[in-house]
Design a protein around this ligand. Structure first.
Ligand SMILES: [Zn+2]
Ligand SMILES: [Zn+2]
Length: 659
């Protein structure tokens, strides 16, 4: 298997001048989420899916993760259109954002997905930016000079899911989209196996296949297999039933509604996306049920508990979702009762496990009966396992193979499955986002990569959270903030004691020491960097690079805190300029107890190679705690606490250096 080989194999080099199809996944590889794949031939570009991903822990203030679309922005005049495989957020959630940034003349997709995209576009105010076209199964769509795409029905956890057979000048590319082989899908629309086999027989140049469950052996169970189990739990429930699942798992939602009807319970819907999806599905006829099956949630008290079923969001423990609010006792209309049965008909996406556990804990503590976990048979995946993946390979019989939609290990395992099904190991590429597969009738090689990465959006979905902002937020959350205010004259003299403030910094360092460090950094920068930071502009006046000065002080302090305290707070330094000739402030660097000098020397001599520290050490003893010696640290804290007690001030409030 080839992975990350950036230059074409020599045997293929001769042919590399022939025109080729370039396939560039911009998202969805080495990850699950933000599926976006670019196909280009000649002057034509088409895009398959436009998804988003959700932030991981540590992405403070980020609500949505988008792929970097620089490449598409730069080539937007070549974009002929987009095709959408199905209506999940990781396939359609990014479209509105794209439409604000580049042109997509037309988007083709199944009715349910298009209805969802339409709703999002109206909300985002971009309805006039493109044309949405519904497709029907086996419909052939032409885009540009070089692409024709056939939509082939597959099965997944949402209705209306499709694989794509993309005919290009170099051959047919089979793009599975998300799929499983479910022979009894709740909407009665099975996989179009004949059509898949048809393309396999005609010859598929390359298969791009869903790798989500490539670590799981066997066939994935049919969606219908959860029906009898859910039925039993609902029938057994003494009081109200609260069910949570992904709103976008429309098959599950429709079965739950059917079960409510069967068990004589009325349905209350909670959560914006649940209301939205059920509304859309009923509108389009994917969900058939009488109007009076539903009741408005504010009337919940009018119904007997045994006739109530609440279908809600929150299966992933999302803090603001209905179930989480109920578990915290914060829901406006629903208070949990000890007779309630709560059913989690979904498994946590890795990364959400902890918040799901917390929600379950809170529900149990409130006395509810909670049914969750694999052993109850109340959830199945929407993605095929190894045997489904083999069946796809057997039907399409591809010459080349690219595992997509999965984390790296899943892609690699899927590659191995393909080899076991007869694909030549040299004909498989494990790509990363931004990598390019160059396809010609006889070869597939990895070409020049394009810019890829993430764009992080905040709650408004308009403000981009860039890398710098994100790393600043991480530092703030992990190590806090240090602000330094200093006054320096235009002739390079410190004219007042710096003011130092700590916010959220955990340290056993007292304010005096902190202030002294700061004074030293400033003195050092002024002594050693002043020349580089000033320009003589005219005979008398000099121009000072104040920003540069601030940065020098910040980075010096950052280095010292990292070295001495193993923390990396965000450091913000502001220098107040003062006129030349202002009386200098004499840093009081010598006031610390001399006995600590030795400890400091020991630490510094082993940890520091910065010559300024050596200078300072000699001139200025101080009591910096050697953090690798716990007993000394403890002693220092004691001393320091005694010292600071008389002033009655805490480290935080004692912001100014004693002058
Ligand atoms: Zn999906
Ligand atoms: Zn997906």
């Amino acid at each position: 298997m080839n992975s990350n080989t950036s230059s074409p194999a020599s045997s293929n080099a001769i042919k590399s001048k022939d025109p080729c199809l370039r396939v560039i996944p911009l998202g969805g590889l080495h990850e699950i989420g933000k599926n976006t794949c670019v196909f280009e031939y000649g002057e034509d570009i088409i895009i398959v899916d436009g998804g988003l991903a959700f932030p991981t822990d540590g992405m403070h203030g980020v609500n949505v993760v988008m792929p970097d679309t620089t490449y598409l922005r730069e080539n937007q005049n070549r974009i002929r259109g987009m095709v959408v495989t199905h209506g999940h957020e990781d396939h359609i959630g990014g479209i509105c954002h794209h439409l604000k940034n580049f042109q997509i003349p037309v988007i083709y997709g199944p009715p349910l997905a298009m209805a969802m995209v339409k709703g999002k576009m109206d909300e985002a105010g971009v309805s006039d930016r493109t044309t949405l076209q519904h497709i029907v199964p086996r419909q052939l769509v032409r885009l540009g000079q070089h692409f024709s795409i056939e939509f082939i029905r597959n099965t997944h956890s949402i209705s209306d899911s499709f694989s794509l057979a993309i005919t290009t000048p170099v051959g047919v590319i089979f793009f599975t989209g998300d799929f499983k082989f479910d022979h009894m899908p709740p909407d009665g629309q099975p996989v179009d196996i004949e059509r898949m086999a048809h393309y396999g027989e005609k010859g598929v140049l390359c298969l791009f296949s869903d790798s989500t469950n490539s670590e799981v052996s066997g066939f994935v169970s049919s969606e219908y297999s959860v029906f009898p189990n859910l039925d039993r739990y609902i029938a057994e429930a003494e009081g109200r039933v609260m069910l949570t699942t992904f709103a976008s798992s429309t098959h599950r939602v429709s079965m739950i509604i059917e079960l409510a009807l069967k068990n004589g319970r009325k349905v209350g819907l909670l959560g914006r996306s649940m209301l939205n999806v059920v509304g859309k599905c009923r509108e389009l006829g994917y969900l058939r049920c009488p109007d009076d099956l539903f009741f408005p949630i504010r009337h919940i008290r009018d119904l007997p508990d045994r006739e109530t079923l609440l279908l809600m969001t929150g299966s992933q423990g999302e803090a603001m979702a209905a179930l989480s609010r109920i578990s915290r006792g914060e829901h406006q209309h629903v208070q949990l009762k000890t007779t309630d049965t709560v059913i989690f008909s979904a498994s946590p996406i890795p990364g959400n496990t902890i918040s799901v556990c917390h929600t379950v804990d809170r529900l149990i503590r409130l006395g509810a009966k909670v049914i969750y976990g694999k052993e109850h048979g109340i959830h199945v995946s929407g993605h095929g396992c190894q045997e489904d993946q083999k069946l796809m390979l057997a039907l399409t019989k591809p010459k080349f193979f690219v595992p997509v939609h999965g984390e790296y290990r899943m892609q690699v395992l899927h590659g191995k499955t393909a080899v076991s099904m007869g694909v030549d190991p040299n004909n498989i590429l494990i790509l990363d986002n931004g990598d390019t597969a160059e396809l010609r009738p006889e070869s597939m090689v990895q070409g020049q990569s394009v810019k890829a990465g993430v764009e992080l959006l905040d709650g408004s979905r308009t403000g981009i959270v860039n890398d710098r902002v994100l790393s600043e937020r991480q530092k703030l959350a992990e190590d806090g903030l240090v602000t330094v205010l200093s006054a320096v004259s235009t002739d390079g003299v410190m004219v007042a004691p710096p003011r130092v403030n700590l916010r959220g910094v955990i340290t056993n360092l007292d304010a005096k020491t902190m202030a002294m460090w700061t004074e030293r950094e400033i003195s050092w920068v002024l002594e050693n960097r002043w020349k580089q930071l000033t320009i003589q502009s005219g005979s008398k006046s000099i121009e000072v690079d104040w920003i540069g000065l601030q940065r020098e002080i910040e980075s010096g302090l950052a280095r010292r805190m990292r070295r001495e305290m193993q923390i990396e707070p965000l450091i913000l330094c502001l220098v107040q300029p003062a006129p030349a000739g202002t009386r200098a402030y004499k840093p009081r660097l010598e006031e610390r107890a001399p006995e600590v000098k030795q400890q400091h020397s020991q630490v510094s001599s082993t940890t520091s190679n910065h010559n300024k520290n050596q200078n300072l050490q000699v001139q200025n003893p101080s009591n910096i705690n050697p953090s690798n010696n716990q007993s000394v640290v403890a002693k220092s804290i004691e001393t320091e606490q005694k010292e600071s007690e008389p002033t009655g001030r805490t480290r935080r409030r004692r912001s100014a250096v004693p002058s």
